[in-house]
Unconditional design. Sequence first.
Length: 109
Amino acid sequence: MQWLFLSIAIVSEVIATSALKASEGFSRLLPSLVVVTGYAIAFYFLSLTLRTVPVGVAYAIWSGAGVALITLIAWIFLGQSLDAPALIGLALIVAGVVVLNVFSKSVAH
């Protein structure tokens, strides 16, 4: 169940972060509500995750997956270009999350 909670936290954070640009400094109501609601859901489900997953591991997965997903969204929807160093960096982030999940004894399974 902890991985479902963490997944919900990640998706909610990604949705909230994606809406930040559209909120135009919290001057537009609907995107601002998406941001606040998304972050509230993200932190709530992250807190549920922390009942069983160590905070360092949960945060590493949450932030790593979030960075990769936000970058992908920015590339697809906002026209952000990604050069070779950016792609290598993202691959390293994803590799780090995989190593944590597959090989670390710190992760609660």
